[in-house]
Design a protein. Structure first.
Length: 282
């Protein structure tokens, strides 16, 4: 083609223009003093983007579950798999909760507090309970036997209980020595008297006991008069009602109470009665 051909000139200009523009853009993009641009990350590899995508997926699943539950409540039909899974998980949670609530709490162990100075009690030092000691029977004096001495002790003990003086004890002992010889006697006239403890019997009307007191005279019942302690108390009561008995002789004081047919008989027992009273009041 000829160089002066217009078409050839147009083609040459077009090529030249194309090269110039390409070089210029490359130079503009890179430049002599510019650093090359860093490579761009993929869009999905960014953390905010992944968080946003996860949130969106969660919301979609939640909406789907709500829609499924609503659809199940509105329209009867087979339970959807998601709703069934949620129900199963809730049931398992309730079961675990109920088991944990029903479980008994183990009792706390209480450890014994160590004492500062333990003092164990040796078995050998423990004393056995004492047996009740029977009262010692008085030793007979003044020619009395044991039964007579036992009855004399009862007469003295009752007198001391009533705060009677020694003179009253002697009068009571001398009276019992004369009336019954210090034996608790029943009466052949009163068969009832033999049903009570006695140490012999007499036949002087209905007189019974240590002081031969008569129930018909108002001294007491047969059962009462057959008890030596009651008989002694009845005698001391009657003696204390005699005016001036303390200044009387033993015989006069005893006679004032007993009103016996033999008033002088009590005097012979005064010495023995005094010895017995002294032995029992030491």
């Amino acid at each position: 083609m000829h160089p002066d051909d217009p078409s050839d000139q147009k083609l040459t200009e077009a090529r030249s223009t194309t090269r110039t523009s390409g070089a210029t853009s490359t130079e503009r993009t890179i430049g002599r003093h510019r650093a090359p641009e860093p490579p761009r990350r993929a869009l999905l590899s960014s953390t905010p983007v992944r968080v946003a995508l996860a949130t969106g997926v969660t919301c979609c699943l939640g909406l789907a579950a709500v829609a499924t539950v609503r659809a199940t409540e509105d329209t009867p039909g087979p339970v959807q798999p998601l709703a069934e899974a949620l129900t199963d998980r809730a049931a398992i949670a309730d079961e675990r909760a109920s088991r944990s609530l029903d479980r008994d709490v183990a009792p706390a162990r209480v450890l014994p507090t160590p004492s500062a100075s333990p003092t164990p009690t040796p078995t050998a030092t423990r004393k056995a309970p004492k047996k009740p000691v029977k009262p010692r029977r008085p030793r007979p004096v003044a020619g009395l036997d044991q039964a007579q001495m036992d009855n004399a002790k009862i007469i003295v003990d009752v007198g001391q209980e009533l705060k009677m003086p020694r003179r009253a004890l002697v009068v009571a002992l001398a009276t019992a020595m004369q009336e019954s010889n210090l034996y608790n006697l029943a009466s052949d006239v009163l068969p009832e008297s033999t049903r009570y403890p006695h140490q012999g019997s007499g036949s002087d009307h209905d007189s019974v006991g240590l002081f031969q007191q008569r129930p018909s005279s108002g001294w007491g019942t047969v059962a009462e008069l057959m008890r030596p302690s009651y008989a002694a108390r009845a005698f001391y009561t009657a003696l204390s009602e005699i005016p001036g008995w303390q200044d009387m002789s033993v015989t006069a004081a005893a006679q004032a109470v007993q009103i016996s047919a033999y008033p002088d008989a009590y005097a012979r027992h005064e010495d023995r009665a005094t010895a017995v009273a002294a032995a029992l009041t030491v």
